[in-house]
Design a binder for this molecule. Sequence first.
Ligand code: HEC
Length: 135
Amino acid sequence: MESPISQRCHHLLPSALLRALATGACACAGLLLSLASAAADAQRIEAGRAIAHDWYRGNCLACHQIPNDPQAETLADIGPPIVAMRERFPDRAQLRAQLWDPTVRNPLTFMPPFGKHGVLTEEEIDLVLDYIYQY
Ligand code: HEC
């Protein structure tokens, strides 16, 4: 005959086990989700880099150095180096505005108004933004 304690254990054990399993499963799913979103971010950054470095699209390297990106090979010195973007543009929207139409900040700028003139699509601007905002 079972004692009341072991009877209670029988009831407790499976539910404790189930809970542990469920927690493990949740942690696992959470990890997978964050891995998936990190992979999506990495893809966006790669896509942004491709646009920024492409002569026929962003062509940012014609005017800017991006010193922290080893793939950004250029001797350009027309615009300021693209560094410390988060510090210089804590408001991401302001950085986006610079890409969309730099003539708002400086009507005499050499920098092309990528958005206003339709050189880049809205999505392409966001991709370039994701790329440069990490530097
Ligand atoms: C034809 C030259 C030219 C091209 C191409 C160009 N820029 Fe610029 N950019 C400039 C100049 C010059 C400035 C300096 C600000 C001004 O003129 O008002 C500037 C300023 C900036 C700034 C502001 C930097 C700061 O610290 O104030 C950012 C960010 C920027 N450019 C990003 C880009 C990106 C990203 C691309 C490519 C999609 C790009 N630029 C393409 C010339 C260029």
